[in-house]
Design a protein around this ligand. Structure first.
Ligand code: ADP
Ligand code: MG
Length: 361
């Protein structure tokens, strides 16, 4: 398997401008690495340059020490899985998977051994002789995966491969991909706009927005210690509050929020580069799952508002509060009175759950 290094990778289109802007990434051998970001941020273009379908304007791509920046796609030894998996619907699963092996000079006995190995890996042994159009969407996606793996590539590239599947199948597929990666150890680059997928499957995640990488880290790092307001807001349900530092005793700072109210935070719980000097601007974040209902008489870090929306999803109750600070998201779990739309609610943004990121310029 290989490591992949992108150095100052850049791509522009005349219609769209710069869609990948000086991207630097190192994907280690054996990683399951995810490019995560909203639609249009440049994920697929980045992946297509790694695959060799798109030439960068500048920058380099290395597989280990080998410079493949301008190498043709068929010389890169890469397996690809896309959202439109373009299978041959009337052919059997085996023939779909084996298609192209003979062209590459793989002998018959070896080919059938590889096909059965790979069908076993993706859990389709029983469907080997079924026609592809007889399979479910999830099974078809596994065929596409098997077809990519049968060539024994040193790198697997997956571009939103589950976006045609329903929610339940996506969950199943997540597990199947994770198992497959654990079993094969193949270096994998996965593209998705779905943060839950990224968090559940990746060894590391690159959070992208508008052509640039905001942060690279493990799922825990990008979730718990976002570097930018974008990363903080894109992952999970977070509340972002613009603030100015009012006072600071070294470990604890009191901020002034947009409505003039105070919010206490811990100075240690902040992204690098956040300044806590009096008068500094920053963004305080408090995740919805950490917001709780205020006790009677409690008034520190308390915000009150009107319940604008309630979403009961079984294990938790998601509320949106209209407050003087704008919408505040609150996720409540455990036993509590169930708020209704129009109720007034006082909630605490706990000091020990607040995390500060730099103000956006
Ligand atoms: P993502 O995969 O993150 O949704 P893409 O990499 O597909 O984003 O696209 C990034 C931007 O580049 C989009 O604005 C898209 O319209 C534009 N783009 C992608 N491919 C082309 C192309 N061949 N010609 C012109 N613009 C393109
Ligand atoms: Mg895309």
């Amino acid at each position: 398997m290989v490591s992949v290094t992108l150095h100052q990778l850049r791509k522009s289109f005349s219609r769209s401008g710069t869609v990948v802007n000086d991207v630097d990434l190192t994907i280690e051998d054996g990683e399951f690495f995810t490019l995560l970001g909203p639609s249009g941020c440049g994920k697929s273009t980045t992946l297509r340059m790694i695959a060799g379908f798109e030439e960068p304007d500048s920058g380099t791509i290395h597989f280990d020490d080998r410079d493949v920046t301008y190498a043709p796609a068929n010389k890169r030894d890469v397996g690809l899985v896309f959202q439109n998996y373009a299978l041959f619907p009337h052919m059997s699963v085996s023939r779909n998977v084996g298609f192209g092996l003979d062209v590459r000079g793989v002998q018959r006995a070896e080919a059938s051994r590889r096909i059965s190995d790979v069908l076993n890996q993706v859990g389709l042994t029983a469907q080997a002789n079924a026609r592809v159009d007889e399979l479910s969407g999830g099974q078809q996606q596994r065929v596409a995966l098997a077809r990519a793996l049968v060539f024994r590539p040193q790198l697997l590239l997956l571009d939103e491969p589950m976006s045609n599947l329903d929610a339940k199948l996506r969950l199943e597929m997540r597990g199947a991909l994770r198992d497959l990666h654990a079993e094969t150890g193949i270096t994998s680059v996965y593209v998705t706009h779905d943060q839950a997928e990224a968090l559940a499957m990746s060894t590391r995640i690159a959070v992208m927005n508008t052509a640039v990488v905001h942060q690279v880290g493990t799922p825990d790092e990008v979730y718990s210690r976002p570097l930018t307001a974008f990363a903080a807001g894109f992952l999970g349900r977070n509340n972002l509050l613009a603030a100015t530092v009012r006072e600071n005793d070294g470990t604890r700072a009191v901020l002034t929020l947009a409505d003039g109210s105070a919010l206490a935070v811990r100075t240690a719980s902040a992204a690098p580069g956040v300044g806590f000097g009096v008068g500094s601007r920053l963004i305080a974040t408090v995740r919805a799952e950490n917001v709780r209902i205020a006790a009677a008489g409690e008034d520190e870090n308390v915000v009150s508002g009107t319940v604008a929306d309630v979403d009961f999803i079984g294990y938790s109750l998601s509320c949106e509060l209209d407050t003087a600070l704008g919408r505040i998201k609150v996720d409540l779990t455990g036993a509590h009175a169930r708020p209704a739309r129009g109720d007034t609610l006082r909630v605490v943004l706990p000091e020990d759950a607040a995390y500060c990121v730099p103000a956006e310029d």
